[in-house]
Design a protein around this ligand. Sequence first.
Ligand code: UT7
Length: 324
Amino acid sequence: MMRSLIIGTGSHAPPRVIKNQDLERIVDTSDEWITSRTGIKERRIVDGETTNDIATKAAKSALKAAGVSPKEIDLIVVGTVTPEMLFPSTACFVQSHIGANRGIPAFDVSAACSGFLYALDVADKYIRTGIHKKALVIGVDLFSKIIDWKDRNTCVLFGDGAGAVVLSAEKGKRGILSTHIHADGHYWKTLYTPLAICSSPLHHKTPEHSYMKMQGNELFKIAVRTMGEACQEALDRNGLKAGDISLLIPHQANMRIIKATGERLGMPEEKIYINLDKYGNTSAGSIPLALDEAVKNGMVKSGDIILFAAFGGGLTWASALVRW
Ligand code: UT7
């Protein structure tokens, strides 16, 4: 049976660091509040770079790690809700910037913070059909462009970042074992950005009306439930128990959400990868950025079972189980 093997990872976080102390000068907040309520200490924010720039950098580093030429890539899928343009898609720009072949399919999927796992799900399904052999899957978001820097409820949570993986069609027991994607549009008001390009400008009375809106408490509870359910679904599908997992790489939104998800599953803390202290919530960039770090830190070895789980605007939630 054909599976998608992750043969290379890459990421890019902009070099400009914004610490909690820097935010104390912008809004009524404190390092103590942000650290204790979220676990975040600092985040990266672009300084002139665009979504296409950082997605391309992540893609190039993943290709290098995989030892794969851009000409070998036959599918590009990008998860993002902060594209540089309404169209062309970020994937089309990446195709051109990395020098991939003309004519291969390249498209974006919109699932907010679940965007990378949605993109992985789509690419995996194309590979399993035997149609595509080498796919580039990217998660990228620049939430610094859509948050209200005067709103302390949201501006302390997010950062910019991108991560990418190269998938190769291989036979054998290693690779993506299963992916699980879900959505419930009834909850859309818990997290959304009403920057409505295709509706009347009268819709937005002031620029503030177009920034991201969030019902943090409501979202917190749904996140713990859906991430837990998605993880359990992935385990059940593969006949595995939490004890079989080598590493859980969750969406990096809030330390308390991550810990609650781990507790629900009965996962020890040392088996949960956390880097949100350095990057905040980078939305679709979050999981592939964490994966790339974990790989580079030597925390992922051949044969390891890696579990990914995310939730985000939509609402959407997703998981994936991989034998490395
Ligand atoms: O990828 C999905 C993205 N979204 C999320 O992951 C959000 C999920 N939700 C959360 O992470 C948490 O709900 C938050 C971190 C957003 C908030 O934490 P909380 O423990 O749920 O706090 P809260 O909203 O109940 O607010 C507690 C207090 C409030 O003050 P009062 O009403 O008790 O006086 C807030 O006004 O904390 C206040 N507060 C702040 N204080 C200092 C809210 N934001 C801040 C802030 N600094 N940045």
